[in-house]
Design a protein around this ligand. Structure first.
Ligand SMILES: C=Cc1c2[nH]c(c1C)Cc1[nH]c(c(CCC(=O)O)c1C)Cc1[nH]c(c(C)c1CCC(=O)O)Cc1[nH]c(c(C)c1C=C)C2
Length: 466
């Protein structure tokens, strides 16, 4: 028998997804979604800005901005919430999808330096200056012996990649990848938590990750309601929505507001185990916590060390809008990532820059054909901080850095805005620690527990079965 009442804590993407799926799956259960702030959606925040003195509007994202088409949990929401017509896609063949860059500062003293295009095909790999480093790493890994000690149950991404692919590969490619996803130091991040597919591939490949990826995985049965979404996403590299990723959280909110079995409490604090002054004491028999783990600890009267074991990375997200076409600002492509400096985190605090106009120009009004040469405005997002720690930054300082990276000085932006994002860094052992945090009828989900992507958060909300 499903319970009479479930409380879902946290109105970010995971909490919204959980309330959505629970309310459909258990129509006779009363669901209360409780959020501390007035606004739902958490870090997903899309804002349409009319540029000062113009009728042009650009869509800016504070958090995630693009989605990958293989994430069925989100495709299902698009189908069920009827958002198909809002979707904008970037085909795999587009330069914006294929050209991804890595900027290796000259002072790093590596053989690879400057702006490098990451190969997107075998042909582009052959002509790439990255070819010798990548070839050596991949071939060496393929033929390399199993080298994981049997007692190692988890290790940092840096340790894993160094062990299998060598130090340069781990530092240059591994650290940059981790910057772009976790805004974290790859020496702190757990491989099993952050990239379980790497760990599994090593096991499947008898000790070699490359051999593991070449071996087919058994297909997994699932029950997603997808309509024609797989056809829509055929040959798509990434996608978003005309009005940004917040389209998803807005649609979830509207759905929940209209449901008879859902109540949303905003600007409400909650106490799990104790009642104090102005907090709402939970009377539900079942609780789904989609809160950051430290926030869950702070409302619990019992100290659970595992909930505060992982640090959070704070990333400064700075959206810049220039009055010039993208062709005058940056190369055509997705953007660039910067690896960890060999001497530690000091100096330029930029983790990477996203060329938003290239993949998301359809969001802006008016939308211009041949946007790369003809658009009047260019939007980019600069990501700073993370493992560099909190520090001062200024827009002129960012432009100085971009000038070094791009070999040309961007003009003064006509508009800019800043948001702060916080991403959990699961450290080695996270996987085991999470298995140990269990409670009666409490489901602990969200980016602090599973993956941090939009797809992972929606999936975690979907997978709560009472
Ligand atoms: C806003 C800052 C974010 C940084 N990481 C994330 C956010 C929201 C979360 C994230 N980013 C990516 C993934 C992988 C999943 C995927 O869909 O591929 C996750 C979980 C990849 C990614 N990184 C950047 C972009 C534009 C994307 C595509 C997905 C997205 O739109 O977030 C750029 C980027 N993100 C961060 C940095 C430092 C950075 C640098 C260029 C941190």
């Amino acid at each position: 028998m499903p319970p009479q009442h479930v409380a879902v804590l946290g109105g970010g993407l995971t909490g919204l997804s959980s309330a959505f799926h629970l309310s459909r799956r258990y129509p006779s259960t009363q669901i209360t979604l409780i959020e501390r702030q007035k606004r739902l959606g958490g870090w997903v925040r899309s804002e349409r800005v009319v540029l000062p003195g113009t009728t042009t509007s650009v869509l800016l994202e504070a958090g995630p901005r693009t989605l990958r088409p293989h994430g069925k949990s989100v495709l299902e929401l698009i189908h069920l919430l009827n958002l198909r017509d809002e979707v904008i896609t970037v085909p795999k063949s587009a330069t914006a999808a294929k050209a991804r860059f890595l900027y290796v500062p000259k002072m790093y003293g590596d053989k690879i330096e400057g702006m490098q295009t990451l190969p997107s095909s075998i042909v582009s790999l052959l002509g790439s200056p990255l070819f010798p480093t990548l070839l050596q790493a991949v071939v060496g890994e393929f033929f390399g012996r199993r080298n994981r000690p049997p007692d190692v149950l988890d290790e940092s991404v840096d340790a894993f990649l160094t062990r299998r692919f060598g130090e340069s590969f781990a530092r240059i490619f591994g650290s940059a990848l981790v910057h772009g996803i976790y805004a974290a130091d790859s020496r702190q991040l757990s491989t099993r938590a952050a990239f379980p597919s790497l760990w599994e591939a090593e096991e499947r490949g008898g000790g070699s990750v490359v051999r593991g990826f070449l071996r087919k995985k058994a297909p997994v049965e699932d029950d997603y309601e997808l309509g024609n979404m797989l056809d829509v996403m055929k040959d798509v590299s990434v996608y978003s929505f005309r009005d940004g990723i917040q389209t998803l959280t807005n649609a979830l909110e509207s759905y929940l507001v209209a449901r008879d079995n859902v109540r949303i409490l905003r600007e409400t604090n909650v106490s799990l185990l104790e009642k104090t002054g102005d907090t709402c004491k939970l009377s539900s028999s079942h609780v789904v916590s989609a809160l950051p783990l430290a926030a869950l600890q702070s409302i619990s009267s019992v100290f659970i060390p595992h909930l505060t074991a992982n640090p959070m990375s704070t990333v400064d997200v700075v959206n810049l809008v220039f009055r010039a076409p993208p062709s005058e600002i940056h190369p055509e492509g997705f953007g660039y990532l910067i690896p960890r400096p060999p001497t530690g985190y000091a100096g330029c605090r930029i983790l990477g820059v996203v060329f938003d106009s290239c993949s998301l120009h359809e969001q802006d009004k008016p939308n211009v054909e041949d946007y790369y040469h003809k658009s009047e405005y260019t939007k980019v997002t600069v990501m700073l901080g993370g493992p560099y720690g909190r520090g001062e930054w200024t827009v002129p300082g960012i432009l100085d850095e971009m000038e070094v990276h791009l070999g040309r000085r961007p003009p003064r932006p006509v508009y800019w805005q800043h948001h702060e994002g916080r991403i959990p860094t699961p450290t080695p052992g996270h996987f085991t620690r999470m298995k140990e945090v269990v409670g009666d009828n409490i489901f602990i989900i969200g980016s602090g527990v599973g993956g941090v992507s939009v797809v992972d958060c929606v999936f975690a909300g979907r997978e709560v079965y009472l």
